[in-house]
Ligand binder design. Structure first.
Ligand SMILES: [Zn+2]
Ligand SMILES: [Zn+2]
Length: 1219
């Protein structure tokens, strides 16, 4: 079936009446064969039909038609043809309704059947025309067929341009031409010539007569001597071409007296045949006569007296057309008169056209059209539902609204519902077509972990809406909380396969006490588990509400020993060891474990099992367990945390330090802490203890990552909480404490709100603002402005003490999974500073966690020394912190300020460009005062008196360079993600950002920099021009805006000239007749300008690069890329990390760590719904293997054994994430 929308017969007719091939390009689509674009209620009103289009008035050409008769029923031989022409534009239209078929389709649509009206779907053009221009010159035939399954009707609509052009008309009627003809006639004919000039009506009238005679030949009336008085002055020789085209022939005849005369013979068409033929010479002449009559009628009545043909037109076609299409008498909306109906069509709301209907349809017909549209174009059924819903509302029709409500309950949703559902899951509906079911389901599962029980049902509903819209059984299934499988039952109860029946009951009681409404589902889940495990105890529990102390059964025995797959043959010795270790760690249950082992042994011996020599149905893992990094489970929307942890793990000195932390931890005596400065703050005992708690947790995780006998490990909630507890909590100090609690209840907890791309205003300096701020402020001062004005969070700066002693309680480690933190409550928190903090909290991202972790590590570990400014020197400083000098130039004075900085923050600036270009922006000389920055861009680097300029360079670059990418931008006060591509290279040189290098002195580098700034200021000018051109308030680029303006003016001009009454309003518009054309030209120029600008900007990027050719003393290699996919309000993080030992890239996506087979995935950007880099890590080339090591594994159990006894692991291998 076609996936094109269709049109009911009245709609198609309505569109036929306004389709004007002359202006097809203007309309942007073929009004007849296409449906209007989906209506955007928020968009600007758009004209359905261009103002210039002829609103045709068709008249029937009887001799070419086979007309339907009133009351006639079509049969297998029936063909109707309505040949007509428009009495205004003179285009000819043949409508052919063909009921002929092979007998298999015998039920044409009609009232009283299931298919009450034809619903036409466009098929093709015959023959096809590729351009709209040719459609203006030659006949075109469009083929439609009815979508009703048993309706035989095929419809052909043939449009033929007029037989006479406007030039032809002027050749026959222009008085100056006629005057010339009279003069020529006098020269040629002498006395015989007429004295009077021919009237405009004469040529039309004579030609009409000649053609009439040609159709009905009469003896002796087939030739016209050229010297005929009337002919000579009316036509002359200059009409020869026109006459020949109509079939006249020219001849020279020798008279009896020997003289030669020139004559025209009338056309001699063949006799009339079937009306179904078209384009015969006879048709041509007939058509020409109809058009001549139209012309004649355009001549004022008093100028056509005495004409032989008064100009008579045949009857209008509208009844014929409607009858042929079976819509002469359809059921109309009650209360509509015929006149209203006719007047209303053009102003129909676009939703009517969307359904392929017109405004006067009765409700029942609207429902019919809705179901037909859904049938032929199910992909857009949400839009059709929206159309119907809105019309029902607009009509205030209770019956229709009831129908709509019923449809809604059957799973129909409108586009807004669906958009809302996508947004609810932090997915961008705009990209819905590019999202796979997997992405959506993953997002849903991640969200479930992040919300309270009361929101679960709503979230499920949202997923169900998406499922219905996509007609995805999988998603609908996921959305229903129906427990269909053992796995679903376990996951619903928050269990894993290895947990025994007793724990099933515990979780069951918890669920039901949380929410009694869940009881039915909980029962189903337990039933499912009982069934799978064959557990009579669980069945009894469901029946009696008591878990009897009955004998253990085999299934439970397997579960108790953590074996999830009973079908696999087990190594019983191995299992025995396993059992003993369970028993040792839980001596009170020793008996139980032994009993379980006996049961399993019995089952293994008595029942045949699959052997484990590769025949088992468990797929082999993709990578060897003992040489492959482990994944980290997502413990609740914390994929950004996992990326950070994975990254830290690969930094060898850091990992070693953490794993062997005991020797290096900071003592916590007051004396030892007296001079300790981290982030230029003194460090309290509590802060150090908290930091050390974090290090212990991190050590435990790292050790697991090294020794785990599984492919995944699960970071602990406490680790997450400590890593996420951010300094913003302490910013509260300067705001009201009463509001603090409400908003910050969630800050220290794990999942908080969904992660976002890098915030606009994350400060990238440890010690306070370096660039981009209006002043070089004193460290640690004025915390309130940090919060209230620019929202920066400067790690450590305004955090003199730990979060713990600010009254913001560190969360207790959750006692059972999954943690469900409260969502932030907006009510009662009107305070703007508070909102700011909530906003910041929602922006927790990889960059900030990294800052926080560095801070924690410095606090936890002993220093190795003290830096110039009192700051503790330690391995974190040595690895990650560069010394950056920012130079401020003001009033001729130069102010240098040296800072330690652990990352550079760059902006893509809404265009795809190399990383260098973005870094250049951060280091280059820029004006600080924002008010005059525009001006400065044009003046280049000249320093005005009041201007403050600033640039920066690195005095000392750390071996690991972290570059954070500012992805979150604000447009119209809304957060938006800038997903422009930042082109990365495997190698980068930091020379151009250095104070001096081995081969280039400070002066040399400064000179190069000056050159670069010159080029950059050109670039700035272009950027702002480009912004003017592309960012208009109308949400479209300037060229489009101008083009639309031109169109509007044309429409107005057209209307004005149609009405011919501009007496009241003497000519505002007529004064600029060419305005529209000028505007269109201008639009073209602007479009060109944008293209040229973009090219020039690229060129300058390159020129800048070539300036620095040869500056290669500080090579760095790309080590890691933090990635984000999603919108400004949420999405998913992962990280790519390069293994310099094995020379491969890996993708760490939560629990999955896989090899990157095609590195384009890192270096190139997808076209649709692209993932973007949010953080980029380069490592100095000479220290690559010393500083990084991606793989560090010493699994405690051999892989073969693990496969059989580790339930969790099996699930991962099977590709079923169990989180
Ligand atoms: Zn027309
Ligand atoms: Zn039909």
């Amino acid at each position: 079936m076609s996936s094109r929308p269709g049109k009911t017969a009245p709609r198609l007719l309505q569109d036929l009446l306004t389709y004007d091939p002359r202006y097809e390009e203007r309309a942007g689509r073929n009004l007849l064969t296409t449906s209007p674009p989906q209506f955007d209620p928020k968009g600007p009103p758009a004209r359905a039909v261009p103002g210039r289009n002829c609103r045709h008035v068709f008249m029937t050409k009887n001799e070419q038609s086979v007309l339907p008769k009133a009351g006639e029923d079509p049969d297998h031989q029936t063909v109707y043809k309505i040949a007509s022409f428009c009495k205004q534009c003179r285009w000819h239209v043949d409508l052919l309704v063909d009921f002929r078929d092979d007998g298999s389709k015998a039920e044409p649509c009609r009232t009283g059947t299931d298919y009450i009206m034809h619903h036409f779907v466009y098929q093709d053009e015959d023959p096809p025309h590729n351009d709209t221009l040719s459609r203006q010159k030659v006949p075109c035939t469009y083929r439609f067929s009815c979508s009703a399954p048993k309706c035989p009707v095929e419809l052909k609509i043939r449009m033929t341009p007029p037989r006479f052009t406007d030039d032809d008309f002027s050749l026959l009627t222009n008085t100056q031409i006629l005057r010339k003809r009279l003069e020529t006639a006098r020269q040629v004919g002498g006395d015989r010539a007429d004295a009077q000039i021919a009237r405009p009506v004469d040529a039309l009238d004579y030609l009409n007569t000649y053609l009439g005679d040609a159709l009905n030949p009469q003896k002796g009336k087939n030739r016209i001597p050229l010297l005929n008085r009337k002919f000579l002055k009316t036509f002359g020789k200059d009409c020869d071409k026109l006459l020949r085209r109509l079939g006249f022939t020219f001849n020279e005849e020798i008279q009896d007296d020997g003289s030669v005369i020139e004559v025209y013979y009338l056309p001699n068409p063949p006799p009339a045949t079937s009306p179904l033929d078209h384009d015969t010479q006879r048709n041509l002449i007939e058509d020409a006569r109809y058009e001549l009559n139209v012309f004649i009628l355009e001549i004022p009545e008093n100028e056509r007296t005495g004409a032989r043909h008064p100009g008579i037109l045949p009857h209008p076609s509208s009844t014929d057309l409607q009858r042929a299409l079976g819509c002469l008498d359809y059921e109309k909306k009650s209360g509509m008169t015929r006149a209203q109906v006719q007047a209303s069509h053009e102003e129909d709301h676009p939703y009517y056209a969307g359904l392929g209907t017109v405004g006067d349809f009765a409700d029942s017909l609207l429902l019919y059209a809705f179901s037909r549209q859904g049938y032929v174009d199910s992909a857009n059924s949400s839009y059709y539902f929206e159309c119907l819903q809105d019309i029902a509302k607009g009509r205030k029709s209770e019956a229709l609204e009831l129908q709509v409500a019923m449809l809604a309950s059957k799973g129909f949703y409108n586009r807004q519902d669906i958009d809302l559902a996508y947004r609810y899951l932090s997915l961008d509906p705009q990209y819905s077509l590019h999202l796979s079911d997997d992405i959506i389901i993953d997002q849903f599962r991640a969200r479930l972990q992040d919300i309270g029980p009361s929101a679960v049902e709503e979230t499920r509903n949202m997923l169900r809406v998406i499922g219905c819209a996509r007609q995805s059984e999988r998603i609908i299934q996921e959305a229903s909380d129906a427990i269909e499988t053992y796995e679903q039952a376990l996951s619903w109860l928050g269990l894993t396969a290895d947990q025994p029946d007793d724990f099933v009951v515990t979780m069951y009681s918890l669920k039901v006490s949380d929410n009694a409404a869940d009881r039915a589902t909980a029962n189903r889940a337990v039933e499912k588990i009982a069934e799978q495990r064959g557990s009579q105890r669980l069945r009894d529990y469901l029946k009696n509400g008591v878990l009897g102390d009955t004998e253990m059964d085999t299934a439970e025995a397997y579960a108790l020993l953590s074996i999830s797959n009973r079908a696999v043959k087990l190594d019983l010795d191995m299992l025995h060891t396993q059992m003993q270790s369970f028993a040792d760690s839980n001596p009170t249950s020793k008996e139980k474990y032994e009993r379980a082992f006996e049961l399993v042994r019995k089952d293994q011996q008595e029942n045949p099992k699959q052997s484990d020599n590769g025949e088992s149905d468990v797929p082999a893992p993709d990578y060897p367990l003992d040489t492959w990094p482990v994944g980290c489970k997502n413990i609740g929307n914390t994929c950004y945390l996992n990326s950070v942890l994975q990254f830290l793990f690969t930094i060898k000195p850091l990992r070693d330090m953490v794993v062997n932390c005991d020797d290096h931890l900071q003592e916590t005596t007051p004396e030892a802490l007296k001079n300790k400065r981290v982030g230029r703050e003194t460090v309290t005992q509590e802060k150090v203890k908290e930091a050390q708690e974090f290090v212990q947790e991190l050590r435990e995780l790292f050790q697991q990552m090294i020794t785990a006998s599984t492919y995944t490990v699960r970071p602990k909630e406490n680790l997450a909480a400590l890593a996420l507890a951010k300094a913003s909590a302490t910013s509260l100090q300067s705001t009201s404490n009463s509001t603090a609690e409400a908003g910050l209840g969630n800050i220290g907890d794990v999942p908080i709100i969904g992660p976002m791309p890098n915030p606009t205003a994350t400060d990238n300096s440890l010690h306070g603002p370096v660039r981009g701020d209006s002043d070089v402020k004193t460290i640690g001062s004025d915390t309130s402005s940090t919060v209230a004005e620019d929202g920066d969070h400067v790690m450590g700066e305004d955090a003199p003490t730990s979060a713990g002693d600010q009254g913001v309680a560190k969360p207790e480690p959750p006692s059972r999974p999954p943690p469900i933190p409260p969502r932030p409550q907006a009510s009662g928190v009107a305070d703007s500073a508070m909102k700011k903090i909530e906003f910041d909290a929602s922006q927790q991202d990889a960059a900030e966690i990294l800052n926080n972790v560095f801070d924690l590590l410095s606090c936890a570990f002993k220093g190795e020394g003290v830096l110039d400014d009192g700051e503790q020197l330690d391995f974190i400083k040595r690895l990650f912190f560069s010394s950056v000098t920012s130079v401020t130039l003001q009033k001729g004075e130069e102010l240098r300020n040296k800072e330690l900085q652990n990352n550079h923050l760059v902006s893509p600036n809404k265009r795809d460009r190399p990383l260098y270009a973005a870094l250049d922006d951060e280091f280059s000389k820029t004006e600080v005062d924002e008010n005059t920055s525009q001006k400065n861009a044009e003046e280049g680097t000249s320093t005005g008196k009041e201007k403050t300029l600033r640039y920066a360079f690195m005095e000392d670059a750390s071996p690991i360079q972290i570059i954070n990418v500012r992805r979150l931008i604000f447009e119209d006060n809304k957060p938006k993600k800038d997903d422009s591509h930042l082109q990365l290279t495997p190698e980068i040189f930091f020379d151009r950002y250095m104070k001096e290098t081995t081969s280039r002195s400070e002066t040399k580098l400064a000179a190069l920099r000056e050159q670069q700034w010159g080029l950059q200021s050109q670039l700035k000018g272009m950027e702002s021009r480009k912004a003017q051109l592309t960012d208009t308030e109308l949400k479209s680029a300037l060229p489009e805006v101008v083009e639309e303006g031109a169109e509007m003016i044309e429409d107005i001009n057209k209307t004005a000239s149609d009405q011919l009454v501009d007496v009241d309003d003497p000519g505002l518009l007529p004064a600029y007749p060419d305005l529209a054309e000028h505007m269109r030209l201008q639009a073209n120029h602007l479009q060109k300008e944008i293209e040229v600008l973009l090219q020039q900007m690229k060129d300058i990027d390159q020129q800048i690069n070539s300036l620095w050719t040869g500056c290669e003393d500080n090579p760095y290699r790309l080590h890691a890329v933090f990635m984000h996919r999603g919108s400004a309000t949420g999405g998913h993080y992962w990280i790519y990390i390069h293994d310099f030992q094995q020379c491969i890239w890996r993708k760490y996506n939560d629990e999955r760590v896989s090899k990157v087979e095609n590195i384009d995935e890192i270096f190139k950007q997808e076209e649709k719904y692209p993932a973007t880099s949010t953080g980029i890590v380069y490592v100095r080339e000479d220290a690559l293997t010393k500083l990084t090591e991606a793989v560090c594994r010493e699994p405690e159990v051999q892989p073969e054994d693990r496969m059989e006894i580790d339930g969790v692991e099996l699930q991962v291998i099977n590709g079923v994430p169990d989180s």
